[in-house]
Write a protein that binds this ligand. Structure first.
Ligand SMILES: *[C@@H]1O[C@H](CO)[C@@H](O)[C@H](O)[C@H]1NC(C)=O
Ligand SMILES: *[C@@H]1O[C@H](CO)[C@@H](O)[C@H](O)[C@H]1NC(C)=O
Ligand SMILES: *[C@@H]1O[C@H](CO)[C@@H](O)[C@H](O)[C@H]1NC(C)=O
Ligand SMILES: CC(=O)N[C@H]1CO[C@H](CO)[C@@H](O)[C@@H]1O
Length: 604
């Protein structure tokens, strides 16, 4: 007997911090890939995971998927008294509170660890609920390691368990029966008793659940081993996969994760890598024949576009809800208390990745970078960051990934993502091809502090220069910069091709200026500026190249911003081979035609 068509399957996952929020995506992808039913994810999450996963799911927009969040802060009181030696800390015990955390209307739930990858339709697992006896409310796979046998080393004293014990990476819970059996009372009593001799848990919730089962073996239903093939050390998982052919869920529960040594691991690794790199946009499939309106999220405005329209691609791009993964890497930053901290904001795609290290050596303050990449590129990016000491040592850089979709670089969408998730009062809006002068971060903060800007409608202009030389010895001071300018090694930015963009900065005046000076706005002005974080957003109708920044500066002017040039600040544009994207634009006749008329607001 199978699961009824369109029945919603309930899945709970405990997830905390940025690293887990990233690795759990592989689990989501594998679940979505094989599923044929609507899914409802119940995320027991800390504040960080909630921000990341809420944004991810609302931008992913997968039909027939609902996500609810339950903040771990509200549950911690129930478990924080239990001393836990496991690296997961208090989060490792959260699964004990599911009977309270999840809504009382929820009767059954599958609970998965973030380091699981499934290899089949999860409905098959859901179906096993029908095999539970009346007293059984917890379904588990035996621990495939010898841990609970207590013979791993001489004075090894594990928690009490039935036989090898059970692994809690995959659990089926009948919540209704669990609640009726006074679960909270039961595990607390047993934990208190065992803690008098064992002092702390070593494997978190798993120790306590095993101790409860030892005392109440009637509550457990033994799941077939292929639902939790454990790749940790000391395991006998081979006993499982040598016997059964169809492995259904792989559990990467070794601290070595993908590097684990195991004869059959190649097969598992391939499965895992496939989902790591799989294009998540392809998982936005409708489930045919399930018309529960709650799960249908039709994008009406898109369907109103006509594909006959020669600007269809452009109009489509500006309406796209790009799948967005905020804080892709671990991040930690508290703004300085002076009230003038400033975050550098820029966007990039894979071809500018080599700029990141250079940028970080020139700017030691906080940074918010939005990266436009495919799923596979995001994995390359991840391994790049892990091999770069400069990047690995910086926790004050936020990397937000926006997944590629369509043909155009959605520059203003990316910029907005970067600005929205800054926690400093000021932002420095720049481009990835520029290197700031050394010490710019401290200079900006000090200058703002001295000037005490009372009015928020001020944009501080950082003068921009450029070099054609790949190996520039970077000027250490304004005097050195002016020298190079006179020698013809440096130019003001876009001096040869688009002087208008920066002419209003008034470089002649800047040469001798020692105090900030106000300049009038002029048409086509596109300076790099420091503004308060609550600056109006960029207009996302501009995609690709052209007018995207001019329009923003114009808007600031119209709503009354003043432009004030900073006398001792500068950035320098570094040369690069023209990117494919730009070449594509410059040669497209259609682009040129539309671009003649920026007022149309469609210029790609
Ligand atoms: C996240 O992972 C990185 C490396 O992969 C590690 O250095 C960092 O400590 C981890 N962060 C947390 C909070 O576990
Ligand atoms: C649960 O607790 C209540 C009172 O605390 C008790 O009446 C009931 O019998 C208990 N149920 C079970 C299954 O232990
Ligand atoms: C879809 O909706 C129609 C009416 O709104 C209903 O008659 C039909 O049974 C529904 N189909 C499914 C599979 O839920
Ligand atoms: C595999 C698993 O998660 N269960 C536990 C079984 O025992 C080992 C110790 O050898 C633990 O590391 C695992 O966490």
């Amino acid at each position: 007997m199978g699961v009824p068509k369109c029945e919603v399957l309930q899945i709970a996952i405990v997830c905390a911090g940025y690293n887990s929020s990233r690795s759990v995506v592989t689990l989501f992808k594998s679940l979505l890939f094989y599923r044929r039913n609507p899914l409802h994810f119940h995320m027991i999450a800390d504040a960080k995971a909630q921000v990341v996963l809420h944004t991810l799911f609302s931008s992913w927009n997968v039909p027939h998927v609902e996500v609810s969040f339950y903040l771990t802060d509200n549950l911690a009181a129930d478990i924080s008294w239990v001393p836990n030696k496991h690296y997961s800390g208090v989060f490792g015990l959260m699964k004990l509170t599911l009977n309270k955390a999840l809504p009382s209307s929820l009767k059954k739930v599958i609970v998965l660890d973030t380091d699981i990858t499934v290899a089949t339709d999860i409905a098959e697992l859901w179906n096993l609920f029908s095999k539970f006896g009346p007293k059984q409310y917890i379904g588990l796979v035996e621990n495939q390691s010898d841990w609970y046998l207590g013979k791993l080393w001489k004075s090894h004293r594990p928690w009490p368990a039935l036989g090898r014990g059970y692994n809690t990476g995959v659990i089926l819970i009948r919540l209704d029966v669990m609640r009726r059996s006074n679960w909270s009372q039961k595990w607390k009593l047993i934990a208190e008793r065992d803690l008098t001799t064992l002092f702390s848990t070593q494997l978190a919730d798993q120790d306590i659940i095993n101790a409860v089962i030892k005392q109440h073996p009637e509550i457990v239903y033994n799941l077939p081993c292929q639902w939790n093939v454990q790749l940790s050390d000391n395991t006998r998982s081979e006993l499982c996969y040598l016997e059964v052919m169809d492995l259904k869920a792989i559990h990467w529960n070794s601290p070595k994760k993908l590097k684990v040594k195991n004869k059959h691991v190649e097969f598992f690794r391939n499965l895992h890598l496939t989902f790591l790199e799989y294009d998540g946009n392809l998982l936005r499939r409708e489930l045919f024949g399930c018309n529960n309106s709650r799960y249908i999220t039709a994008s009406n405005s898109l369907s109103q576009l006509s594909e006959e329209d020669e600007c269809y691609e452009f109009r489509r791009a500006r309406q796209t809800n790009y799948r967005t993964h905020l804080f892709f890497l671990d991040h930690e930053y508290d703004p300085t208390t002076d009230g003038y901290d400033v975050t550098l904001v820029a966007t990039l795609s894979m071809d500018r990745l080599q700029m990141v290290e250079q940028l970080l050596t020139h700017w030691d303050g906080p940074v918010s970078l939005t990266l436009y990449m495919s799923d596979a590129e995001a994995q390359q990016f991840l391994s790049y960051t892990q091999s770069s000491e400069i990047i690995a040592n910086r926790k004050n850089v936020a990397y937000h990934v926006v997944y590629k979709e369509g043909n155009f670089y959605p520059v203003n969408f990316l910029r907005n993502v970067g600005v929205q998730h800054v926690n400093t009062p000021y932002v420095f809006l720049t481009d990835i091809d520029f290197l700031p002068m050394f010490g710019l971060y401290v200079y900006l903060r000090k200058t703002l502090q001295n000037l005490h800007p009372d009015d928020s409608k001020k944009a501080w202009v950082v003068p921009a220069f450029e070099t054609q030389r790949y190996r520039l010895s970077f000027p250490r001071s304004k005097a050195e910069l002016l020298n190079r300018l006179d020698m013809g090694e440096l130019f003001t930015f876009r001096y040869h091709v688009w002087t208008k963009g920066h002419a209003p900065t008034n470089f002649a005046k800047w040469r001798t200026a020692t105090t900030p000076y106000k300049v009038p706005w002029e048409q086509d002005f596109e300076p790099y500026i420091v503004v308060r974080k609550d600056v109006p957003e960029y207009d996302t109708r501009f995609v690709g190249f052209g007018w995207n920044k001019v329009s923003h500066i114009m808007e600031l002017h119209v709503i009354g911003f003043e432009f004030i040039v900073l006398p001792n600040a500068f950035i320098i544009h570094m040369p690069h081979a023209p990117s494919l994207d730009i070449a594509k634009f410059r040669t497209s006749p259609q682009y040129k035609k539309m671009c003649k008329n920026p007022q149309e607001g469609i210029c790609g």
